[in-house]
Design a protein around this ligand. Structure first.
Ligand code: FAD
Length: 517
C-alpha cells in the first residue's frame, strides 16, 4: 500500500511539474496572441538592452519587450498577467529612458514596457491663463522643452538632466534648482492617466481619484503606469544669467543658500556643490560652464582644501538685460562668498537647462558615459546638515573621487506630504548627491569598489549618528529596510499596494515587494 501511495504521489508531482512547465513555456505564445496595436519583441539585442541602465551594475533580462502604440496595449498586457494569477511569476516594468541606477526599471523574466514608443497623446499645449501641456508618460523632458517653447512657455520645475522621461521622474520626485520655488516636478502635475496593476485605465487628479494620484507621485512605479500627465507651464525666459561663487566656510555657504530660498524672487535656480581637491574631465562633467574669466576660475582648483560653490541662475528676456544686471548685483551684494570668486556668464535658456547633455556628449566621445555609476542621493534635515558635512566632507569623502557632489536646500512646504515620496523631518531639507562615475578596472579612489565602500561608510555614519537621513532614488535589498525607509508611511504604502497592485506585478526592480506565489 505504501509503495502504491508513493508511486501515485510521484506520478501526481510529475503531472503538476509537466503542467507548470507547459504553462510557463506557453507564456510567450499566450502573450503573442494578445491583440496589440504595437508589438512584443523577444530578440536578444532588445532584451539585453532592457537589462541595462545608467547605473550599469545590475542586469536582469526580461522575457519580452512591449513597444506600445496605445494605452490599451499596456492595459491588455497587464490585465492578461493579472488574469494569470499569482502562480505565473510574470511581472511588468515600465522603462522610461532607463536612467535608473540599480535595475529599478528591469523585470527579471518578465515584460518590460518601452515607454518611449507610447507617443499618445501627441503633446497638446493649453496657452491660456493657467497654461499646461498634456504629454505621454514616455515623453522626454527635452522634447517637452522644445515643444512648449514654440508657444513661449515651459515647465516650471526640472531635473538637472532633461533626457529622462516624465513617468520616470514623476515616479521619484524630479528635483533641481527650481524646486525651492515651485517644488519638485511631482508638485507641478495636475492630472494623470494610470494603468493600475489590475489593468484598469484610470484618470486621476487631486480632486478626482486623489488617492491614486498621490500614490503614484513619488510611488517608485508601484501603483500603476503613468501613461499621460498634465504638466503646469509658465512663461519662458530667453536668456539666463548663470552665476557661481565660492565659499571656504560651510556655515556662510549654507546661511546664504537658506536665506536665498526664502527670497523667492531673487533667483530662479539655486543649487550648490562641494569641491574636494579635484579637477579633470569626469569631475567636471556637469560643469559645462564658461566663466567670464577662465584664468580667474583656474585659480580655484581647491589645492587640497574643500570649497563650497553656490550656483545661481536668473532668468530674463533680452529686453530686460539692464534691469536684471542691477537686480543680480543687488542680491549678490548681500552674500558672503570669497569676493574674488564671482563667475558670471550669460547663456540661452535652452543651453542652461540642457547643460548636462553637453557634458554627456563629451564623455560619450571618450567612452566615459557608459561606465558604472554608483550614485548616492540623500535628503538630509537642515538640523543635521552641519554634523553631516563635518564628518562626511571632513573624514569620509576627502580624496578625489570621480564626479560632482551636489548640495542644496529645499522647502518642505513646496512638497505635498500626501504623495508617496519620503522626506526627513523639519521645514527645510538638503539634497546631497554623490554622483560618481567609476573608472573601469581602477583599484584607486575612482574605482567602483572604493566608491561603493565610501557610500557604505556615509550611510553607516548617518545611521549611527541618527541623522534622520532619507535616501532619494532609494535602493534597499530587504523589506525590513524598506519599512525603515518609509517609517510611519509604510502602512499607507502597503495599503495602497494592496488596492492598486495586489499581485505585486509592477516595477519588481525596486525590490520592495515580491510577486505573491
Ligand atoms: P527609468 O529608469 O526608466 O525608470 C525609473 C523607475 O520608474 C522604474 O522603477 C520604472 O519602472 C518606473 N517608471 C518609468 N516610467 C514609468 C511610467 N511611465 N509609469 C510608472 N513608472 C514608471 N533626478 C532628479 O530628481 N533630479 C536630477 O537632477 C536628476 N539628474 C539626473 C541626471 C542623470 C544623468 C541621471 C542618469 C539621472 C538623474 N536623475 C535626477 C534621476 C532620474 O530622475 C531617475 O533616475 C529617473 O527615474 C530616470 O528617468 P527614466 O525615464 O530614465 O526612468
Amino acid at each position: 500500500n505504501i509503495l502504491f501511495l508513493r508511486g501515485f504521489m510521484i506520478l501526481l508531482l510529475s503531472c503538476i511539474t509537466i503542467q507548470l512547465n507547459f504553462c510557463i513555456s506557453n507564456i510567450p505564445s499566450s502573450l503573442k496572441a494578445l491583440p496589440l496595436e504595437g508589438y512584443l519583441s523577444f530578440d536578444e539585442v532588445g532584451l539585453s538592452h532592457a537589462a541595462r541602465d545608467f547605473g550599469n551594475r545590475y542586469h536582469s533580462q526580461p522575457m519580452a519587450l512591449l513597444h506600445p502604440k496605445s494605452v490599451s496595449d499596456i492595459a491588455v498586457i497587464i490585465k492578461h498577467i493579472w488574469n494569470l494569477g499569482p502562480s505565473s511569476q510574470l511581472t511588468v516594468a515600465a522603462r522610461g529612458h532607463g536612467h535608473s541606477l540599480q535595475g529599478q526599471a528591469q523585470a527579471h523574466g518578465g515584460v518590460v514596457i518601452n515607454m518611449k514608443t507610447l507617443n499618445i497623446p501627441e503633446m497638446q499645449i493649453y496657452a491660456g491663463e493657467f497654461p499646461y501641456v498634456d504629454v505621454s508618460g514616455g515623453e522626454l523632458w527635452i522634447n517637452i522643452l522644445h515643444e512648449t517653447l514654440r508657444y513661449g512657455l515651459a515647465p516650471r520645475s526640472w531635473t538637472d538632466y532633461l533626457h529622462l522621461t516624465v513617468g520616470g521622474t514623476l515616479s521619484n520626485a524630479g528635483v533641481s534648482g527650481q524646486a525651492f520655488r515651485h517644488g519638485p516636478q511631482i508638485s507641478n502635475v495636475q492630472q494623470l492617466e494610470i494603468v493600475t496593476g489590475t489593468g484598469e485605465v484610470v484618470n486621476c487628479s487631486e480632486e478626482h481619484n486623489g488617492e491614486l494620484f498621490h500614490s503614484v507621485l513619488g510611488g517608485l512605479g508601484q501603483f500603476g503606469i503613468i501613461t499621460r500627465a498634465r504638466i503646469l507651464l509658465e512663461q519662458a525666459p530667453t536668456k539666463v544669467k548663470w552665476i557661481r561663487v565660492l565659499y571656504a566656510d560651510f556655515t556662510a555657504f549654507i546661511r546664504d543658500q537658506e536665506q536665498l530660498i526664502y527670497m523667492e524672487n531673487a533667483f530662479d535656480y539655486i543649487e550648490g556643490f562641494v569641491i574636494i581637491n579635484r579637477t579633470g574631465l569626469v569631475n567636471n562633467w556637469r560643469s559645462s560652464f564658461n566663466p567670464q574669466d577662465p584664468v580667474q576660475a583656474s585659480k580655484f582648483k581647491s589645492d587640497g582644501r574643500t570649497l563650497f560653490c553656490l550656483e545661481l541662475a536668473k532668468y530674463f528676456k533680452l529686453e530686460g538685460t539692464q534691469a536684471v544686471n542691477q537686480e543680480v548685483e543687488k542680491h549678490l551684494s548681500h552674500l558672503n562668498y570669497i569676493p574674488s570668486t564671482l563667475f558670471v556668464t550669460e547663456v540661452t535658456y535652452v543651453d542652461f537647462l540642457d547643460r548636462v547633455h553637453i557634458s554627456e556628449v563629451k564623455l560619450r566621445s571618450k567612452g566615459l558615459w557608459d561606465v558604472p555609476h554608483p550614485w548616492l542621493n540623500l535628503f538630509i534635515p537642515k538640523s543635521k546638515i552641519h554634523k553631516f558635512a563635518e564628518v562626511v566632507f571632513g573624514n569620509i569623502v576627502t580624496e578625489t573621487s570621480n564626479g560632482p557632489v551636489l548640495i542644496y536646500p529645499v522647502k518642505k512646504s513646496k512638497w505635498d506630504n500626501r504623495t508617496s515620496v519620503v522626506m526627513p523631518e523639519g521645514d527645510i531639507f538638503y539634497l546631497v548627491a554623490f554622483l560618481a562615475s567609476a573608472v573601469p578596472s581602477s583599484s584607486g579612489p575612482d574605482g567602483l569598489e572604493h566608491i561603493l565602500n565610501q557610500n557604505k561608510r556615509i550611510l553607516e555614519y548617518c545611521e549611527r549618528a541618527h541623522l534622520g537621513v532619507k535616501q532619494y532614488l532609494p535602493h534597499y535589498n530587504t523589506q525590513e529596510e524598506w519599512q525603515a525607509h518609509f517609517g510611519p508611511q509604510w502602512e499607507v504604502f502597503l495599503q495602497r499596494k494592496s488596492v492598486y497592485d495586489p499581485l505585486a506585478i509592477l516595477a519588481p526592480g525596486q525590490r520592495i515587494f515580491q510577486k505573491a506565489i
